[in-house]
Design a protein around this ligand. Structure first.
Ligand code: NAD
Ligand code: TYD
Length: 351
């Protein structure tokens, strides 16, 4: 079966893994990677597949409605997998409006373009919106987010993602646009931009720079290897039920400080350092405002309905991730010059 699928944000962290999976696994599909190439987008992430005949790149900003429409009219895609977003909580605190433009207005532009291109012929069509568990807000020490947990976003990032989720659902109700949605926990793995905890700390350990742990370091996240998220997206896109939400998680909760200690341990081993060498890099810094205490996912639904379960343990995933950053230090160097230094100065001061 031949299918044209627009994947937005395909040059970013998760998007590049989704694009690679689809391009390699479905040679009969045409994959259109729609990405604005912001600071987080990098075509280097897709070097290995960029010449394949079933892949095409379109540089476009989803805030630009006419450009988005033009692409939908040109390709007449049957499917959309929407990942393009401003994705970093700390940046959303510094600059909330950027998140409203891309995450809310950009999503509505895509919904309009799909609705316009599909007219009322929805047979075989699907708009898949990729979202985050952060829309559910913060958990206390107990409990898990289920698909029924009420939305309660606390950061400008999660508020913008929550708004986009609501728009997708509203287009389903109002215009019968076929959609599916997923809310995933924290990802980690190759190609992760070094503004997020794991790649930032890998980069800082390599460069013997302080590791800025927010607050008391007792905040908890549920970590999933990015390849397992991409596999879940493939399953949901093809087999998920229309108008449903699927929670995706790693069954893998870590307090930040424990994760940082594990990472230091693995990094020192990799660097050939004596155990504990990098411990003194840990630096407790001022907390993130509105910092969510804990995220944890109940992924029973996707497991029961679609048979999905993470394929790698955290130990394995972390090893693969560290190895990737060591093997790709050029990539790391290239993304941490210029604008990155400017952001780093703003976020972490003189550290
Ligand atoms: P990322 O920041 O690494 O990549 C975002 C991509 O979107 C980049 O390629 C960027 O160039 C592109 N983009 C940004 N603004 C754009 C615009 N206006 N027009 C077109 N393209 C634009 O993000 P990520 O971590 O890969 O996250 C991808 C998606 O998954 C996001 O929707 C995010 O909310 C969601 N998500 C992420 C995580 C996570 O842990 N990273 C977890 C759950 C859900
Ligand atoms: P992050 O990777 O930004 O993901 P999110 O905020 O979307 O969960 O942060 C993960 C956790 O690590 C979160 O509790 C904030 C914390 N953190 C730090 O302690 N220091 C840092 O420099 C960063 C970027 C994050």
């Amino acid at each position: 079966m031949s299918k044209k699928i627009v994947i937005t944000g395909g040059a970013g962290f998760i998007g590049s893994h989704v694009v690679r999976l689809f391009v390699n696994k479905y040679p009969d599909y045409k994959i259109i990677n729609l990405d604005a190439l912001t600071y987080a987008g990098n075509l280097e992430n897709l070097k290995d597949i960029e010449d394949l005949p079933n892949y095409v790149f379109e540089k476009a900003d989803i805030v630009d409605a006419s450009r988005v429409n033009e692409i939908f009219q040109k390709y007449q895609p049957e499917g959309v997998i929407h990942l393009a977003a401003e994705s970093h909580v700390d940046r959303s605190i510094l600059s909330p409006l950027d998140f409203v433009y891309t995450n809310v207005i950009g999503t509505v532009n895509l919904l309009n373009a799909a609705k316009e291109a599909w007219k009322n012929d929805f047979e075989g069509k699907r708009f898949y919106h990729v979202s985050t568990d952060e829309v559910y807000g913060a958990l206390g020490a107990e409990g898990l987010f289920t698909e029924e947990t009420p939305y309660s976003p606390n950061s400008p990032y999660s508020a913008s993602k929550a708004a986009s989720d609501h728009f997708v659902r509203a287009y389903g109700e109002t215009y019968h646009l076929p959609f599916v949605l997923s809310n995933c926990s924290n990802n980690y793995g190759p190609n992760h931009f070094p503004e997020k905890l794991i790649p930032l700390f890998i980069n800082n350990i390599i460069n013997k720079k302080p590791l800025p742990v927010y607050g008391d370091g007792k905040y908890t996240r549920d970590w999933l290897y990015v390849i397992d998220h991409a596999a879940a997206i493939d399953l949901i896109f093809h087999k998920g039920r229309n108008a449903e939400t699927y929670n995706i998680g790693g069954f893998n909760e870590w307090q930040n400080i424990d994760l940082v200690r594990l990472l230091i341990n693995k990094m020192d081993e990799k660097l050939g350092n004596l155990p504990g060498t990098s411990d003194n890099l840990i630096t407790y810094v001022k907390d993130r405002p509105g910092h969510d205490l804990r995220y944890a996912i109940d992924a029973t639904k996707i497991n029961k309905e679609l048979g999905w379960y993470p394929s790698v343990t955290f130990e394995e995933g972390l090893k693969l991730t560290i190895d990737w950053y060591f093997d790709n230090q050029e990539w790391l160097k290239n993304v941490t010059t210029g604008a990155y230094q400017e952001y780093y100065g703003k976020q972490y001061g003189g550290r």
